[in-house]
Design a binder for this molecule. Structure first.
Ligand code: NIG
Ligand code: FE
Length: 420
């Protein structure tokens, strides 16, 4: 028998999406958020079965007989759980020594050229056991759950050899099985050119195409493929070649573009029907126009701009032009050592001029589309998973989340009907 749980006296039930368009919110729609004040929410097992206003709940004695548990939310706010569509949270070690180099004036590119950056992480992953990688990543997942994340994407890309890339992807699969969270897995063998292939890039690209992609597909270890298509990493042509190979294995692209330079990666992603193009710090009007004609979801990562002190993606301009927007953390040891999406919301509002409600839609309703889990998550709707957040009692409107930045405004996290 499925357990029936009832949450009563919800101050405001935010993100009730029955009347939303059945596609990502875009342009002016991004500042819409439907809610129900003084509400109840009824759960059976892991699924939302009903909600409404307390006035309509009916006879209290009958209610007590019908439910296994009743939780009094005491007027606090309830919102859909956050979805992080871009992370690299499987890694062996932090890289705080590079943080100090950055403070001393070295750029991300200079640190990468010195063998730091992604190659540094790859060396460590190659010599770390699957067990250790799993334990460390699980800790990070539990950490971000406390900040409100209920579903996420994780990339490989710190392996950079057949064996180590598969090892990372197996860890992601184990994390999915163990945590029961919706976790989407992305193969990012093309994250950097390993040192030993530096003089022979094509050989590494061949390895990706003729050995890594077939093995990943054969073992069912990823749904998506990613390429770091940027200056100093993979060229447009190389990215095109890899994406052409990946599509034959059914891997859909979601790619890193325009972080260091604006190189046409956005247009290439669109041409390959990428589910999303991520970063976009350097995009211009041309890229915005191209995105407007596509179904590819633009995803911005404000924590990277904050941490690397590079420009922020023109998110305000993108929404004003009529685009949908997704925000993610990019949780990784090099460019965003935090997976706290509440901080990403604060940055998106303070530095990218988004309204708090726009930022919240970007990490809930729209993010669900970016991970193709819109039937399960992203809003409060009958039939969707009961994965939602009870906010602290001092939150009396959504603006308070970025306003009271760097504090955790999430009091309780419910995932698939269970209090975590
Ligand atoms: O999303 N840009 C490429 N990849 C990561 C950085 C990874 C790293 O430095 O370890 C990113 O920023
Ligand atoms: Fe990234």
């Amino acid at each position: 028998m499925k357990k029936k749980n009832l949450y009563i006296n919800i101050g405001s039930l935010i993100g009730v999406s029955d009347l939303y368009p059945k596609r990502p919110l875009k342009g002016a729609e991004m500042s819409r958020i439907d809610k129900l004040d003084n509400a109840y929410l009824s759960i059976a097992g892991d699924t939302i079965v009903d909600y409404g206003q307390m006035n309509d709940l009916g006879n209290i004695a009958e209610i007590y007989n019908n439910y296994d548990n009743i939780y009094d939310v005491k007027n606090q706010f309830v919102i859909p759980g956050f979805i992080d569509t871009h992370t690299h949270l499987v890694f062996a070690q932090w890289r705080e020594e590079e943080f100090i180099m950055k403070l001393q004036g070295y750029s991300y590119e200079e640190i990468a050229k010195k063998g730091g950056g992604i190659l540094n992480s790859a060396k460590k992953v190659q010599t770390t056991s699957e067990e250790e990688l799993f334990d460390a990543a699980l800790k990070r997942i539990n950490e971000v759950i406390n900040y409100g994340t209920v579903a996420l994407e994780i990339k490989s890309g710190y392996g950079l050899s057949l064996e180590s890339e598969l090892k990372m992807l197996r860890v992601i699969k184990r994390l999915k099985d163990y945590t029961k969270l919706p976790i989407k897995s992305t193969f990012l063998g093309a994250h950097a050119i390993p040192m030993e292939y530096k003089e022979n890039r094509n050989e590494y690209i061949d390895l990706i195409i003729s050995e890594m992609l077939p093995a990943v597909a054969d073992q069912g270890l990823a749904e998506y493929v990613d390429v770091f298509c940027d200056e100093g990493f993979f060229t447009l042509e190389e990215t095109d070649t890899i994406l052409n190979a990946a599509v034959k294995y059914g891997l859909k692209p979601r790619i890193h573009v325009s972080e260091m330079s604006n190189n046409g990666g956005v247009q290439l992603g669109i041409a390959h029907h990428a589910v999303s193009v991520d970063h976009l710090e350097r995009i211009e009007d041309e890229e915005i126009s191209a995105l407007l004609l596509s179904d590819t979801l633009p995803t911005v990562l404000p924590q990277v701009s904050f941490f690397l002190k590079i420009p922020f993606a023109p998110a305000r301009k993108m929404i004003d032009a009529g685009l949908p927007l997704v925000i993610a953390s990019d949780y990784n040891p090099g460019t965003s050592p935090s997976g706290n999406l509440q901080f990403a919301i604060a940055l998106a509002t303070i530095y990218q001029k988004l309204l708090p409600v726009e930022a919240i839609n970007a990490i809930t309703y729209n993010a669900a589309y970016a991970l193709e889990i819109e039937n399960q998550l992203g809003s409060i709707q009958k039939g969707k998973k009961a994965s939602f957040l009870i906010l602290n009692s001092d939150v009396k409107n959504l603006d308070f989340i970025p306003y009271h930045f760097a504090a955790n405004k999430v009091e309780k996290v419910i995932i698939n009907g269970e209090i975590r």
